[in-house]
Design a protein around this ligand. Structure first.
Ligand code: PFF
Length: 459
C-alpha cells in the first residue's frame, strides 16, 4: 500500500536528463573503451550497436512501462500488475530481486567512483606529474593497497550520492543532473576536440568502424549484450523507478530511443577522446581495466596542457559516475519511503549506511581481505575477491535475470491492454514488433546468456 504520494519529474526533459545521467556512467567512459580495445574494435562496435537496437531499446521501453503503469515503486509495480494471477508471489520476488541488484552494483561502483575522485585530487596536487609507464602502475597499486585512501574516497562518493537522494526528486535528483549533465557534455566535447587536435583521429575511425568480421563470434555477442545491459541501466530497477516518476503524457518509446541514442553516442565519443591519444603515443590498446587508470595517465604530462586534460577527464568520469550512483541508490529508498517505514531522509541514511559497509568490504578486498575467496562455487568464481564477486553476481548475473523477468512479465503475464495503452503506439506494426521482441527474442537470448553465466554454455 502506498503511504506517500510519489514526486514526479517536472517534465519529459527532466526525466530524459536523469535517465541519460543514469545510463551514461563508468560503463561508457571507463568500461566501453577498454572492452572495445580488448575485443578488436570495429567488430565489437558493430555487434554492440545491433544489440542496443534489437534488445536495448525494447527493454528500456519494457522497464519504463512496468514502472509507469501504476506509478508505484518496483516491488509494488510487479505485485499490482500481476493482481489475480497465480504467480503473483513469484513476481513480488522478481520486484524484490530487481531492487536488490543495484545495491550489489553499488557495492563495487562506489569504490570505482572513489578512484575517479582520488585521481582528480592526485592530478590537481601534482602527484601524477613526470611519470613513466611503470610508475603510473605503481600509483594505481599504491591506491589499491591503501585501505584508508580507498575508503576515504568511497565514503565521499556515498555521502554525495546520499545527500542528493535525501533531497528528493525535484530538489535532489533533478537539480543534480541539471548541473552535472551539461558540464559532462561540455567536458566531453572539449576532450574530443583536444584529442582531435593532437592527431590519431583517422586511426581511431578505422579501428572503431572497420569491422573485421572474422572477429565476430559468440563471445563478442555475450560481451556486447552484457555491456549494453549495464550501459543502458537495465535489469536493476532504475528504469522501473525512473519510469514511475514519469508524467503520463510523455511518450515512453521516444524517451527510450533518446536514452539509448545518447548513451551509445557518449560511449562512442569516449572512444574518440581516448583512442587517439593511445594511437599517437603508441600505447597498448588492449590493456583492459588498466586503460584509463594506468595507461592514459602516462601521457598526461607529456602532452601540451596534459594536466588540464587529465583533470577534466577524471572530473568527467566522476560526474558520470555520480549521476549513475544516484539512479542505483534511488530504488531502495523509493521502496522504503513508499511503505511508510522511513521518511526519505532516514531511508537515505539507512540505505547509505548499508551500502557503505558493502563498498567498504569491496575496498578492503583489494588489500586487507585479499586472501578471502568464495568457496563452493565454480572455477570462475573461486579466484575472485569480494569486489569482483559483487560485480560478477550483480552486473553479469542478476541484471540479466531481472531483464529476462521484466520481458517475460510484460510479454506473457500482464494483460496486453496495459502495455498497449501505456506505450501509446497504437496497435500497429511498431507495437507488434516491440511485443514480438520481448516475447520471443529477449527470453531465449537472455535465457541462454544466463545458462552460459552459470557455466553451462554450449555454443
Ligand atoms: N549505466 C551505468 C553505467 O554505464 O555506468 C551503470 C548503471 C546505472 C547500471 C544504473 C545499472 C543501473 F541501474
Amino acid at each position: 500500500m502506498s503511504h506517500v504520494k510519489q514526486e514526479k519529474w517536472s517534465s519529459g526533459t527532466a526525466f530524459l536528463l536523469a535517465a541519460i545521467g543514469s545510463a551514461v556512467g563508468l560503463g561508457n567512459i571507463y568500461r566501453f573503451p577498454y572492452v572495445v580495445g580488448e575485443n578488436g574494435g570495429g567488430a565489437f562496435v558493430l555487434v554492440y550497436l545491433a544489440v542496443v537496437i534489437v534488445f536495448g531499446i525494447p527493454l528500456v521501453m519494457t522497464e519504463l512501462t512496468i514502472g509507469r503503469r501504476r506509478q508505484v515503486p518496483p516491488i509494488t509495480a510487479y505485485v499490482q500488475l500481476s493482481e489475480g494471477k497465480k504467480s503473483q508471489s513469484f513476481w513480488r520476488l522478481a520486484g524484490f530481486s530487481s531492487v536488490l541488484t543495484p545495491l550489489g552494483i553499488l557495492g563495487f561502483y562506489f569504490v570505482i567512483a572513489g578512484w575517479t575522485l582520488n585521481y582528480v585530487y592526485s592530478i590537481l596536487t601534482g602527484q601524477l606529474n613526470n611519470l613513466v609507464e611503470g610508475q603510473t602502475q605503481q600509483v594505481f597499486n599504491d591506491m589499491m593497497e591503501s585501505p584508508a585512501t580507498l575508503i576515504f574516497w568511497m565514503t565521499l562518493s556515498v555521502l554525495i550520492t546520499g545527500f542528493i537522494i535525501s533531497r528528493g526528486i525535484k530538489a535532489g535528483l533533478e537539480k543534480a543532473v541539471n548541473i552535472l549533465m551539461p558540464m559532462l557534455f561540455m567536458i566531453l566535447v572539449l576532450l574530443v576536440g583536444y584529442s582531435a587536435f593532437n592527431g590519431g583521429m583517422a586511426e581511431t575511425f578505422e579501428f572503431m568502424f572497420t569491422p573485421d568480421f572474422e572477429k565476430i563470434n559468440m563471445k563478442t555477442l555475450l560481451e556486447a549484450t552484457g555491456q549494453a545491459f549495464f550501459s543502458l541501466s537495465l535489469g536493476s530497477a532504475t528504469m522501473l523507478v525512473y519510469g514511475s516518476y514519469l508524467p503520463k503524457e510523455v511518450s515512453i518509446p521516444k524517451m527510450a530511443c533518446g536514452v539509448a541514442f545518447a548513451d551509445t553516442f557518449v560511449a562512442l565519443i569516449s572512444g574518440f577522446a581516448i583512442f587517439p591519444i593511445i594511437f599517437t603515443n603508441g600505447l597498448p590498446l588492449d590493456s583492459g581495466p588498466n586503460l584509463v587508470f594506468v595507461t592514459l595517465p602516462v601521457i598526461f604530462d607529456q602532452m601540451p596542457f596534459g594536466q588540464v586534460f587529465g583533470i577534466l577527464f577524471f572530473l568527467l568520469l566522476a560526474f558520470a559516475a555520480i549521476t549513475s550512483t544516484i539512479s542505483l541508490y534511488e530504488p531502495a529508498v523509493s521502496n522504503l519511503e513508499e511503505r511508510g517505514i522511513f521518511s526519505r531522509k532516514k531511508a537515505s541514511m539507512v540505505v547509505g549506511g548499508g551500502l557503505w559497509c558493502l563498498a567498504g568490504l569491496s575496498a578492503l578486498s583489494m588489500n586487507v581481505l585479499s586472501d578471502w575467496h568464495p568457496v563452493g562455487f565454480n572455477e570462475t568464481v573461486a579466484g575472485m575477491n569480494i569486489m569482483d564477486l559483487l560485480e560478477y553476481l550483480s552486473a553479469n548475473g542478476m541484471m540479466l535475470v531481472n531483464g529476462l523477468l521484466a520481458a517475460i512479465f510484460l510479454g506473457w503475464i500482464v494483460n496486453r491492454s496495459e502495455s498497449l495503452e501505456e506505450l501509446g503506439l497504437g496497435d500497429g506494426k511498431l507495437y507488434k514488433f516491440w511485443r514480438f521482441i520481448i516475447k520471443y527474442v529477449v527470453p531465449p537470448v537472455a535465457g541462454y546468456l544466463i545458462i552460459d553465466f552459470i557455466g553451462y554454455g554450449f555454443i
